[in-house]
Design a protein around this ligand. Sequence first.
Ligand code: NDP
Ligand code: OXD
Length: 308
Amino acid sequence: MRVVVVHPQADTCARWSAALGERLPDAQVRPWPVDWPDTDFAVAWNPPDAFFEGIRVKEALFCAGAGVDRLLRHPGLPAALPVVRVEDAGMGLQMAEYCCQEVLRVFRRQADYELQQRERVWRELEPLPRERFEIGIVGMGVLGGQVARALRVFGFPLLGYSRTPRSVEGVECLSGAEALPRFLGRCRVLILLAPLTPETDSLFDARRLAMLPRGAWLVNVARGALVVDGDLVEAIDRGRLAGATLDVFRTEPLPAEHPFWGHPRIRITPHVSAVTLIDETADQIAGKIRRLRRGEAVSGVVDRTRGY
Ligand code: NDP
Ligand code: OXD
């Protein structure tokens, strides 16, 4: 059995190959480029345009991350090749840490206390009422579900929004386009954790952002293109939104001249809210390769018509 690994960073590619090689001792695992005409499986993160020109992937392509938007836009991706994505593999816990941190920062008025510290002001601010501090999560899949479960501990009212109906204990779940205005109208903090698809591209434009309660906070840990950048800055500057925490951007790395960088009410991290953990993910992918070899079904197969 042959497995090719393709990744833009050579050292990471080598680490992936070694991790998969250890777990699949009967396989030949090689970093791309290889001189093989074909391979049974490929494991890929942002493969270059030339990738599929020189090699035929026979059984399945594993995305080395959870989001497949970029892979599905690859011009050479064969139409019939099954694409399998990463499901959790340690990302859910990281996402839960990141989102809880940002929610608690807003709830505990940390930004206001930081401003006070700069002025050497000792003043106790009014606590926000927990029972009215509603948190909304767009995307109640593997990661959104784990974020909701982590937030439950704090007793905030939780809302979830997904494409199709979901049921998660302790979360009021809404779905479908007609429910979106009702959902947005309640979110003091809005967490984006839906994939980038034709339906979610630029979904959070001026009109949708205006549906949020005045003073809401946006946390985007999904993909930058879910949000219209200029509309977000305007909503914050006009005081409609209190601010935003952004981990993902339309262009990454975020260009130095982008207005997000210097904005006092925007917090930025460089796409690190949940990083792919090579060992955990290699365990998952190697397990799925073994199952596929035995003719068994695996989870995480991307539905290309849905786009995730
Ligand atoms: P899942 O496929 O498990 O969940 C996706 C969720 O989004 C589902 O609940 C789905 O609805 C919902 N959804 C899809 N389309 C829409 C829509 N049009 N409107 C509302 N909801 C929608 O994905 P994961 O939870 O594993 O990952 C989610 C995303 O997180 C990834 O696609 C990726 O972009 C991003 N990500 C970011 C990382 C980072 O470091 N910043 C790391 C990892 C992932 P339904 O339940 O009906 O299917
Ligand atoms: C992912 C990501 O989708 O890193 O896994 O964003």
